[in-house]
Design a protein around this ligand. Structure first.
Ligand code: SF4
Length: 395
């Protein structure tokens, strides 16, 4: 078995490695690729139809789980099946996957088990069967509740599809539902954003993730190359974005969601009591997490590791009984401290007030982007809007 491409260098932090508390599983299939998407995605014929690669993928995934299994079960507190469009997976494969995760890592009683869902009628899957398989939480990629914005984003579903998909999930007994929305979308007005927010509140979701549309061109072996058509789409879309409008949209969301009883627990995430994403909290708290699937990223408390994005080499390595190609980076003390500050400040709880503030923190306090609250230091309302200005000074 070949471990070399991803093994942390002995003596450079491997001794600080800890067992994972969470597992990310990347499912790369989508019916079609959205032009703004930078995730590792295999669209079209690979996802379904006579030439689909789903069975090959699931076999390889189970092999990777076995290869990455710890010496003894760790009792994962969270499993997150993300993508891509995991809701395209046949129910039998979701069951096999979760059984294999339990066999390899152990899933703790009461663990959060999330599956991402696209709301389209032909891609939303079977929430009742997933619940019976052990899924506890569904995350819906709604993105907007405005039909013209969904079309502009290249999405296949309608606002009515979001409503019916969430309603079906509730009826199936899913007790934790998250909805993703995008703002700073070209053509989005203040009024259409307000309608989308109101529509999302009417869905009665337990958790909302709101992200500004980002149109950066990701690079590196853990990403797939950008197609020329998507690059042209992004150039046009960037011209339709507006920082001031985005700031107003964010402020409106903060006010409306607070009034509706959601806690703004992280810069881009709001939750009802008891529904904060345990999986994402593991990332923000820098807890060790394992990851499988093409392009997936893991962290063991000392080293960040990733699989390359390319599907065929990932598949071929696992079919041969070896770990897939990828890379790793040991996080030295300086980088770890910067990560702790940046990830901690993303959260509403902030960070403990340091005995000696780093220059970037002092700058944040002087400019009113950071404030002390008791023994904690956190972003102010303006600081949440300009968080990248603070974070850049902490690196
Ligand atoms: S559905 Fe989601 S993962 Fe798939 S291409 Fe669109 S944005 Fe990317």
């Amino acid at each position: 078995m070949t471990l070399a491409p991803q093994r942390a260098v002995p003596g450079s932090g491997a001794d600080r490695a800890e067992p994972p508390v969470a597992l990310y599983v990347h499912v790369p299939f989508c019916v079609a690729r959205c032009p703004y998407c930078d995730f590792v995605v295999l669209p079209g014929a690979a996802a379904r139809g006579p030439r689909n690669r789903v069975a090959d993928y699931v076999d390889a995934l189970l092999a990777e789980l076995r290869l990455r299994a710890p010496a003894s079960p760790v009792g994962l507190r969270s499993v997150y099946v993300g993508g891509g469009t995991p809701s395209l997976l046949p129910v039998a494969d979701v069951m096999r996957l979760l059984d294999a995760v339990d066999a390899a890592f152990g899933i703790a009683d009461g663990a959060e088990v999330t599956l991402e869902v696209n709301p389209g009628r032909d891609e939303r899957g079977e929430p009742r069967a997933w619940r019976e398989a052990g899924v506890t939480r569904l995350s819906f990629g709604a993105q907007s509740l405005d039909a013209s914005e969904l079309r502009a984003l290249g999405r296949r579903h309608s606002p009515e599809d979001v409503l019916s998909a969430v309603t079906d999930a509730r009826r199936a007994g899913i007790t934790s539902i998250s909805v993703d929305l995008l703002y700073d979308v070209p053509g989005q007005s203040a009024a259409s954003w307000a309608r989308t927010l109101d529509g999302a509140l009417a869905l009665d979701a337990d958790h909302l993730s709101l992200y500004a549309l980002t149109l950066d061109d990701a690079v590196g072996a853990d990403h797939l190359p950008l197609r020329p058509g998507a690059r042209r789409w992004r150039e046009r879309a960037r011209a339709g974005q507006d920082e001031d409008r985005a700031a107003d949209q964010y402020a409106l969301a903060e006010d409306r969601l607070a009034a509706a009883g959601y806690r703004h627990y992280e810069i881009s995430n709001w939750a009802r009591p008891g529904h904060a994403s345990r999986h994402n909290l593991a990332y923000w708290w820098r807890l060790p997490h394992e990851a499988v699937g093409p392009g997936a990223h893991a962290f063991d408390g000392a080293t960040r590791r990733w699989n390359d994005a390319a599907f065929e080499p990932w598949l071929a390595a696992l079919a041969a009984g070896t770990l897939p190609p990828g890379g790793s980076e040991w996080i030295d003390d300086e980088a770890a401290n910067a990560e702790r500050l940046i990830l901690g400040l993303r959260l509403a709880e902030g960070i403990p007030v340091p005995a000696a503030a780093a220059p970037g923190l002092a700058w944040g306090i002087d400019t009113g982007l950071l404030e002390a609250a008791g023994d904690r230091l956190r972003l102010t309302r303006r600081g949440r809007l300009l968080s990248n200005e603070v974070f850049a000074r902490l690196l």
